[in-house]
Design a binder for this molecule. Structure first.
Ligand code: NAP
Length: 562
């Protein structure tokens, strides 16, 4: 009798799950493959898919100009969405241990791996991405989530982090101090840039979820489709507890008006909008922690030993060409300035120009194409305006033709020819050190000695990354020390490293991403170090018995530095 009740319960349970799955599939079909055309991107708030009201913003294919989808957050109750994320999502996440949350991340990565092809398709349509570009974003996201899933496991069943040794505070050990890092009880609010709809979301979401914070994301509108699709897939798969993942598509509207003291805001985008986020009165009033990843005029530097056809010369040429072409130069980490000894500058310019000439620019559906369009005509117009200012103090070594013909893309106005410039004004240049043309554009700037090279790099006022190509350890050491305080990452390539490096523009999840000054002053990733942003450090001063009891549920924060 008892046995048959259990069997009956199990049958009910399984049929309920199947029913829920079927309903979810139906809902998703209604939401994502809707009969309406174009697709309307719904917002996922309070565990419900909700459509914003008119007017919608169109998401287009930059090659065909087709409207692919529309987005609107109008009328969505963002304040309630944030409260739901904090109270329902955050609470549920923090009933789990780090290792249990890491396991959820592993399941998300597995899910995404099965849907890679669909994501590549969306990337191609909405971002004009070549296969390589789509891989950079989508595979980069999957790899980053997997890295955090693996690292998170090492934190075991702990609920918070123990930071450092116990501190004696009295003559006997009866009263002690102990630092802890505890997960924040608010929402992790992400406002993201258009160029990495997949990686940009998950490089932040992986550490936030691992820390136990619910994610509330607002992707950049022009390319929000991929981010929204990934969120929809995670929701449909039922991997995360309700409230752990929310998305609004379209304007950020009043999101910053509702931020609270235990929330964090992580912004990626232009310096102008970053300043607005940082200075928002509610952000200031509630001392909300803000991380800014902004634009950057990153440098690559060739040492005086890098004469023509030396390995470091060739490695630099290869890296510059790759950086200018991958994602059509729409990477915050892309090389924008190339510092080179005066005597080598002409040969270097010729070598980079020859490399760029091998790249076919056009419709990414054509397999011969290696450089796609910019994400929109607006971006192309912005890039052309910046390029015009750079040209006022530079000569053009390659490209720069605003009427050039892209392959298989008649009618598109989103293309920009890869363009290499030369500026012999060094520190006196006005625009080269200030203007980030967000496209396939870089400028060679010759230097006379190491001190001038350092001064020119520093004139960028802070960057995400600089790379130094040289076999001269005195040169690489002096340059590194001369610029380290303004850079989040410095990549040094010599003959021994050869092509075995991870790439100037490639952000590795185990290493830090961020940069000083105009790069925003933020810090992301760096392996488990990335968890610090989502935790509050506090010290408990109290009886040894309480401190010992607390320690039993913690894990050593020393692992953050692993
Ligand atoms: P953006 O125009 O600054 O937009 C970034 C995000 O801010 C978008 O989601 C945008 O939404 C939102 N936004 C705009 N106005 C806002 C406001 N008043 N309040 C709140 N949010 C607002 O930047 P983008 O054009 O998308 O991205 C390109 C820039 O990002 C480049 O300069 C690049 O260097 C930088 N970037 C930096 C990194 C990094 O890690 N450091 C990475 C990628 C890109 P809408 O799309 O709806 O306007």
């Amino acid at each position: 009798m008892q046995k048959s009740i259990i069997v009956l319960d199990m049958v009910n349970y399984i049929s309920n799950i199947l029913l829920i799955r079927a309903c979810n599939m139906y809902k998703r079909a209604a939401l994502l493959n809707t009969k309406e055309f174009p697709l309307k991107l719904a917002n996922y708030i309070c565990s419900r898919w909700q459509n914003g009201s008119a007017p919608d913003i169109a998401l287009t294919d930059p090659v065909t100009n087709e409207i692919l989808a529309t987005a609107s957050s109008n009328g969505i109750d963002i304040a309630s969405g944030l409260n739901y994320a904090r109270t329902v999502g955050g609470t549920a996440l923090r009933t789990l241990s780090y290792a249990e949350r890491a396991e959820l991340l592993g399941r998300i990565a597995e899910l995404f791996a099965t849907k890679r092809g669909e994501y590549f398709d969306i990337s191609q349509k909405n971002s004009g991405a070549t296969e390589g570009d789509a891989s950079f974003d989508v595979d980069g996201a999957i790899y980053t989530i997997k890295t955090f899933a693996r690292a998170g496991k090492t934190l075991g069943n702990a609920r918070y982090l123990i930071d450092g040794a116990t501190i004696p505070l009295a003559k006997t050990d009866v009263f002690q101090g102990q630092h802890y890092m505890v997960p924040l009880s608010g929402a992790a609010i992400f406002i993201n840039a258009f160029n990495f709809p997949a990686w940009g979301l998950w490089e932040k979401a992986a550490p936030a979820l691992l820390a136990g914070m619910p994610v509330f994301v607002k992707p950049a509108t022009p390319t929000a489709w991929l981010a929204q699709r990934m969120v929809a897939d995670v929701v449909e798969a039922g991997i995360l507890p309700p409230g752990a993942l929310s998305i609004i598509c379209g304007s950020a509207r009043d999101v910053l008006d509702h931020v609270q003291e235990c929330d964090v805001v992580s912004f990626t985008g232009s310096a102008g909008v970053a300043a607005h986020v940082r200075a928002h009165p509610v952000v200031i009033a509630n001392s909300v922690r803000v991380n800014i990843e902004a634009d950057s005029v990153n440098s690559a530097i060739l040492g005086p030993d890098g004469t023509q056809d030396t390995p470091v010369f060739n490695l630099l040429v290869k890296e510059v060409v790759r950086e200018m072409t991958i994602k059509t130069g729409q990477k915050c980490t892309a090389i924008r300035r190339i510092m080179v000894p005066k005597a080598i500058a002409t040969r270097l310019g010729e070598a980079i120009a020859a490399g760029l000439a091998d790249y076919t620019v056009g419709n990414p559906r054509n397999p011969a194409v290696r450089v796609g369009p910019l994400v929109s005509t607006t971006q192309r117009d912005d890039a052309l305006a910046g390029l015009a200012r750079l040209k006022s103090e530079c000569t053009v070594l390659f490209g720069g033709d605003s009427n050039f013909m892209s392959v298989d893309a008649e009618g598109s106005t989103a293309f920009l020819q890869p363009t290499l410039l030369y500026c012999d004004r060094g520190l006196a240049a006005e625009h080269v050190h200030d203007i980030e043309v967000f496209g396939p554009v870089a400028t060679i700037v010759p230097y006379t000695d190491t001190a001038e090279a350092i001064a020119i790099i520093r004139r960028g006022k802070g960057s995400l990354v600089a790379s130094v190509f040289s076999d001269d350890i005195d040169f690489t050491g002096t340059v590194t020390l001369g610029i380290a305080d303004l850079h989040g990452r410095i990549l040094v390539v010599d003959n021994a490293v050869g092509s075995g490096h991870t790439g100037h523009g490639n952000v590795v999840p185990t290493c830090l991403h961020g940069g000083g000054g105009r790069a925003g002053g933020g810090e992301e990733l760096g392996g488990l170090r990335g968890l610090a942003f989502y935790h509050r450090r506090m010290v408990l001063q109290g009886p040894k018995t309480l401190i010992d009891a607390f320690k039993a549920n913690g894990v050593d924060a020393v692992l953050l530095n692993a």
